[in-house]
Design a protein around this ligand. Structure first.
Ligand SMILES: CC(C)(COP(=O)(O)OP(=O)(O)OC[C@H]1O[C@@H](n2cnc3c(N)ncnc32)[C@H](O)[C@@H]1OP(=O)(O)O)[C@@H](O)C(=O)NCCC(=O)NCCS
Length: 189
């Protein structure tokens, strides 16, 4: 992958799913809505962003940091029906020696939960990664208690490969973390 690919994606504008499309996120997307998503206790309960105060500045820095990399893509998840931006999905960085990358996401607009949109976004970003980022395997992690996230990855074809016991702290207590993975050949076959 190269800076040229990143430019091409930015110019091409979008990666299509069924009900959603993904478009590259820019500093112009950092607004009160984005800040609301990350500070909503129900949305951020399983997100690592909850560990430090989120501000427009920290979000701007995060978006700029990811966008400066050639091996990491940050997309806004938007509804096809009206273009509404409802959350974000990230793929990368790529571990070049192993051709693997991580996928993470959130749907910030809670009225959009439970409609298969995370599944749709995971499928779209996974297809993009396998065809354009030269990766052979995608990985994701989710707290075992986050049934929605695990459900979305499983429905998108990921396999639960492990359960790290008492791996992180959640609400002051040790919590199990599920490891999920998707191989390129899983999608082709
Ligand atoms: C977790 C999250 C991404 C799920 O998004 P979503 O669009 O609601 O997920 P989908 O509608 O694609 O659901 C996928 C599967 O999970 C199930 N599911 C969704 N939310 C669920 C919940 N709260 N509890 C149990 N199952 C749930 C769905 O029923 C579906 O399963 P099915 O195929 O058996 O019907 C979304 O709720 C979210 O962004 N939450 C806050 C941030 C977060 O936790 N991000 C993930 C960090 S790892």
């Amino acid at each position: 992958m190269s800076a040229a690919l990143k430019t091409a994606v930015a110019l091409q504008g979008r990666v299509d799913g069924d009900a959603i499309f993904l478009r590259p996120l820019s500093s112009e997307d950092v607004n009160a809505t984005y800040l609301r998503w990350l500070t909503d206790p129900q949305t951020n309960q399983f997100m690592e962003t909850r560990h430090r105060p989120q501000t427009m500045q920290t979000i701007c820095e995060f978006v700029a940091r990811v966008n400066a990399r050639d091996d990491e893509f940050l997309f806004g998840i938007c509804l096809k029906k009206d273009g509404r931006h409802i959350g974000n999905i990230k793929v990368g960085p790529v571990k070049q020696n192993h051709s693997v990358a991580d996928v993470s996401l959130f749907i910030g607009e809670r009225d959009c939960w439970g409609h298969g949109l995370a599944t749709d976004a995971i499928r779209a970003v996974s297809r993009f990664a396998f065809t354009s980022m030269n990766v052979d395997k995608l990985n994701a992690v989710a707290y075992a208690a986050n049934r929605g996230s695990i459900g979305a990855f499983l429905r998108a074809g990921y396999v639960q490969e492990g359960l790290r016991r008492k791996h992180y702290i959640l609400d002051g207590r040790p919590a199990d973390v599920a490891e999920l993975g998707l191989c390129a050949e899983d999608v082709k076959s």
